[in-house]
Design a protein around this ligand. Structure first.
Ligand code: GLA
Length: 382
């Protein structure tokens, strides 16, 4: 009796030691070379890991989330974001896989806006619109990076100085983006920016998720909830009309868990504006959380693998885009091709074209102010 009690507590003790050392060894980060741009600029990769098998790789080209390994319900890990194996893929890519987007996420009508009575013209790289900061946006720049460490997370902070007038935007703008990973399987992206002249700013991350694994078919059976009872409908050029109608009764209603494919082929003008041939989602949803980062904004799960992503954000909107412009011609990581509807994005943002829309929350940033944004992507599986 005495002996068996002793044995038991001995077993308990060794289990405890094993758990403690797993926790201590749990969060790690390393950085190493990723490659070089065509002009020879070195690009680094930062790899963040926790003890549950989650691994996030961020590269300094575009401050891009290059890969994200997430275990499924059986512990089997898959890379759930689209991307490339080398810098050249990102340099020639046009889909913004995983990139930090700036200065202005999504579209600006006619590539123009006014500030204090002065008109600014920025590149029209999407028909007559400007898209995602212009031809050489933040996604095409090499950022500086430093590893970071907090009590319960490991991370990397990337910095980019955008000169006054770059891509037509006013003000010297300093931008900082921090990715961090913790033991709760939360990948947090925090943004900070400041300017020396009044300007406009709309930063986001453009990760394309496929919870079944990147290149593993389309996402039509994955189930999405968007905690948003309104959205910003668009015109034929995907510029918001300025209205904020209810989603109720339209294919844009994701207030209850809905398979992404359930209404994607519906006969609805908005879906055709998003992509004229096969349709798709590519709109800004007005989040009910209104920038309260403690409230759930979006929740997507894959019934087959059991993987689930929950999004929290300090932004008022999210662009839910279903990879309507993917056409299976681009070869991604491991030579896999990404089919039409092969991913979804959740781009936390202010509403598209805000500088030209008087009823939308302002995207203006003045000297002396600090722009901040938090996006939290929490993963689980069951
Ligand atoms: C955003 C836009 C889409 C598309 C992608 C990039 O999600 O809303 O229309 O341009 O970026 O391909």
């Amino acid at each position: 009796m005495l002996q068996s009690r002793f044995l038991l507590s001995g077993l308990g003790l060794s289990l405890m030691i094993a758990t403690l050392s797993a926790q201590a060894a749990g969060l790690t980060s390393e950085h190493k070379a990723f490659g070089k741009t065509n002009d020879g600029t070195p690009v680094e990769q930062y790899i963040l890991r926790n003890s549950h098998g989650v691994q996030a790789t961020v590269i300094t080209y575009g401050a891009t989330l290059q890969s994200l390994q997430i275990p499924d319900k059986n512990g089997k890990v898959a890379d759930v974001v689209l991307g490339f194996d080398d810098v050249q893929g990102y340099q020639s890519g046009t889909a913004y896989f995983g990139a930090t987007i700036g200065r202005f996420g999504n579209r600006l009508a006619n590539g123009a806006f006014e500030l204090d009575g002065k008109r600014y013209q920025v590149p029209q790289n999407d028909k007559t619109n400007s898209l995602h900061g212009g031809t050489q946006g933040f996604d095409k720049r090499v950022w500086s990076a430093e590893p970071t460490k907090a009590k319960d997370s490991v991370g990397v902070t990337l910095t980019y100085l955008s000169a006054d007038g770059e891509m037509g935007f006013p003000g010297n703008l300093k931008t900082e983006v921090t990715y961090s990973l913790n033991e709760n399987n939360e990948l947090r992206i925090e943004y900070k920016a400041s300017t020396d002249k009044p300007t406009v700013l709309n930063l986001t991350n453009h990760s394309y998720f496929n919870l079944a694994g990147a290149g593993n078919g389309d996402v039509l059976k994955q189930v999405a909830t968007l905690h948003a009872s309104h959205y910003t409908p668009v015109d034929v050029k995907l510029i918001p009309t300025g209205e904020l109608p209810a989603v109720a009764g339209t294919p844009m209603d994701f207030t209850k868990p809905t398979a992404i494919g359930k209404n994607i082929k519906a006969d609805h003008q908005q879906l055709k504006y998003a992509e004229e041939k096969q349709g798709g989602f590519d709109f800004n949803w007005v989040l009910d959380a209104k920038g309260d980062v403690s409230k759930l904004a979006a929740d997507v799960s894959d019934p087959q693998s059991g993987r689930r992503l929950q999004l929290y954000t300090s932004e008022p909107g999210v662009q839910f885009y279903t990879g309507n412009f993917l056409d299976g011609t681009v070869k991604g990581k491991g030579g896999k091709v990404y089919p039409h509807w092969g991913a979804f994005t959740l781009e936390t943002q202010h509403y598209p074209d805000s500088p030209n829309q008087k009823n939308f929350p302002s995207t203006r940033l003045d000297p002396g102010q600090t722009y901040t944004q938090t996006a939290l992507f929490k993963f689980s599986a069951k």
